[in-house]
Design a protein around this ligand. Structure first.
Ligand SMILES: *Cc1c(COP(=O)(O)O)cnc(C)c1O
Length: 360
């Protein structure tokens, strides 16, 4: 067996320890004689899996008691609609547009009310985070929305925006569990798990309890009310059992690694290896304003499209895969999520050095 170094933005690398455990349990999950994919979501065995997953996540993130943890389907993209449907009581919401995902969320919300773009970094291809210290927040805004880590462009909010007392809603898909967060600063934070946590097909939404009500926009489908899922402990209908199970294993792995503070230090160290190289290279350059750099997604270019393409091709042949940048940016992007080992980044940098020397 040989494993590659996978720099995919998502679905993405998972901890090898977790994959091995899953493999061992595949045919007979802990003496149940079946795999987790085959068992009833109403069984005692699965009940334990989902409850432990929630408890471990609560511990990792220090989630306050007045927040619900919901395991939902539809990916992060379904939240683009669920959020306005559940929160737009005044039918006004403010959006900070720092990339494609925030833009999509904003565009979706416009179907349900007045969604105002109060800040944007689109003027410079989303390569920075706008100043959010004095935003024109609407007096009637039901919430202020951000995408905390911009997967495609490689920027991240280092400081949360001043929402002037309004509720903060954040898409944390690509920075979920990469560092400690103060959950109490958010009304809702949510993330598709296929970036930094587990297998695709699930989003985890952490929602403040008072926001979970029957008072939703008229016509909101049952499946799209937070209340439906909160009342049923995420078991209103059949959930993504497989993803819940593997995410639960990743939570245990993260606890064993030392928790989110340790992960943050590790992620900072890992990102520094790559950014330091980019800052000193004559061939490769980062594309993002330094202060706003993401710890998770690192886009870079050579400035020559043909050279970029050759780099991606040769890197792949050397076992560094999925380094091609998003089609809207071009160049390269290395996603270095929690499960990417430090050696993976060190080896990538060695490869880049060699490539630079050979192609000067
Ligand atoms: C990938 C991604 C999404 C979309 O996720 P899906 O689960 O495919 O809908 C949304 N937001 C961010 C920040 C992402 O990285």
């Amino acid at each position: 067996m040989s494993r590659v170094y996978n720099f995919s933005a998502g679905p993405a690398v998972l901890p090898e320890e977790v994959l091995s455990e899953v493999q061992q349990e595949m045919l007979d999950y802990q003496g149940s004689g079946q795999s987790v994919m085959e068992m009833s979501h109403r069984s005692k065995v699965f009940e334990k899996i989902i409850q432990e997953a929630e408890a471990d996540l609560r511990e990792l993130m220090a989630i306050p008691e007045n927040y619900k943890v919901l395991f939902l389907q539809g990916g992060a993209s379904l939240q683009f609609a669920m959020i306005p449907m559940n929160l737009m009581k005044n039918k006004v919401a403010d959006y900070i547009v720092t990339g494609q995902w925030a833009k999509k969320a904003w565009q979706e919300a416009r179907k349900y009310g007045k969604a105002v773009k109060i800040a944007s970094s689109e003027d410079q291809t989303f390569s920075y985070i706008p100043d959010c210290s004095d935003l024109p927040v609407d007096e009637d805004a039901d919430y202020v929305y951000i995408c905390q880590n911009n997967t495609i462009y490689g920027t991240a909010f280092k400081k949360l925006p001043d929402t002037k007392g309004k509720l903060l809603v954040a898409d944390v898909s690509s920075c979920f569990l990469s560092e400690p967060v103060d959950v109490s600063k958010y009304g809702i934070l949510y993330g598709g798990v296929q970036k930094n946590v587990g297998p695709a097909g699930m989003v985890i939404a952490i929602v403040r309890e008072d926001l979970i009500t029957e008072d939703v926009l008229e016509g909101t489908p049952t499946m799209m009310k937070y209340k439906t899922h909160a009342d049923a402990g995420s078991l209103y209908n059949t959930p993504n059992c497989w993803s819940i199970y593997v995410c639960g294993k990743v939570f245990k792995w993260l606890k064993q690694m030392g928790g989110l503070k340790v992960m943050k230090e590790r992620n900072e160290k890992k990102a520094a290896v790559l950014y330091d190289f980019l800052d000193n290279s004559r061939m490769f350059k980062g594309t993002v304003k330094k202060e706003d750099r993401s710890l998770m997604n690192v886009p870079f270019v050579t400035g020559d499209k043909e050279l970029d393409a050759r780099f991606v091709k040769e890197a792949e042949a050397a076992g560094f895969i999925n380094l091609k940048g998003h089609r809207s940016v071009g160049g390269m992007r290395a996603s270095i999520y929690n499960a990417m080992p430090v050696e993976g980044v060190e080896k990538l940098v060695s490869f880049m050095k060699k490539f630079e020397e050979e192609n000067r």
